[in-house]
Design a protein around this ligand. Sequence first.
Ligand SMILES: Nc1ncnc2c1ncn2[C@@H]1O[C@H](COP(=O)(O)OP(=O)(O)OP(=O)(O)O)[C@@H](O)[C@H]1O
Length: 260
Amino acid sequence: MQNTPAANKTPIFTAKNVDVYYGAKQALDKINLDIPRNKVTSLIGPSGCGKSTFLRCLNRMNDLVDICRVEGDIQLEGQDIYAPEVDVVALRQHVGMVFQKPNPFPKSIYDNIAYGPRIHGLTSSKSELDDIVEWSLQRAGLWKEVSDRLQEPGTGLSGGQQQRLCIARAIAVRPEVILMDEPCSALDPIATATIEELIDELREKFTIVIVTHSMQQAARVSQRTAFFHLGNLVETGPTKTLFTSPEDERTQNYITGRIG
Ligand SMILES: Nc1ncnc2c1ncn2[C@@H]1O[C@H](COP(=O)(O)OP(=O)(O)OP(=O)(O)O)[C@@H](O)[C@H]1O
């Protein structure tokens, strides 16, 4: 189904009327957003507008926050991800995540990548696992730098390399979607540029949703952008259109630096 032309036009995620509360405080109000497949979608907006909250709804990371309540409907490939029968571990295999601060496990480079495929039972032999580790590191643009030191600790790499290791770890379990929550905010400009190039390559095989504080980054890496403000989704559209001729005054004010 996924590879037919008709299926490729259907959004991978559909969010309808999503409300999110932290205790009594409402963080998101009636969010309706489709995420197209094999594209990069940026979520932008001023601090506290709910970008990360929305991102975390997409793989139920908010389940880990006791006071958080999600209402509405979010479907991945037509399946309600909040249905009681959903296996959250399996969901997170399909929808991986990369965080703001690189967080490799305190394990070797090899084991950082091999961990997910092992626990999800994706391989039946050591050579298959070796192949997955190499494939993942290749796709994350890290193989050449680490192929001769796979048994060294992942935490010994530079910040930018650690973030690519985390991306390699995320793709090792062959997710359909990768969520990225400000993945470059702890990196220098050169490491940031490397990750941005990588994001562009990854969208061939994966759908990417990225939260970013940087409008320049959103403009560079994404094909679609969604602008959030005070818990509302104000506007969404092709990135170029949103940055050059936004429809809503709040978007205009944000991109011209009048709010934010
Ligand atoms: N764990 C939490 N407990 C209580 N309130 C929270 C929690 N996480 C987020 N919030 C609140 O929800 C609202 C949206 O926060 P969120 O982190 O989603 O915004 P954001 O747009 O990603 O912000 P930033 O750009 O600063 O990361 C804010 O008012 C925030 O204080």
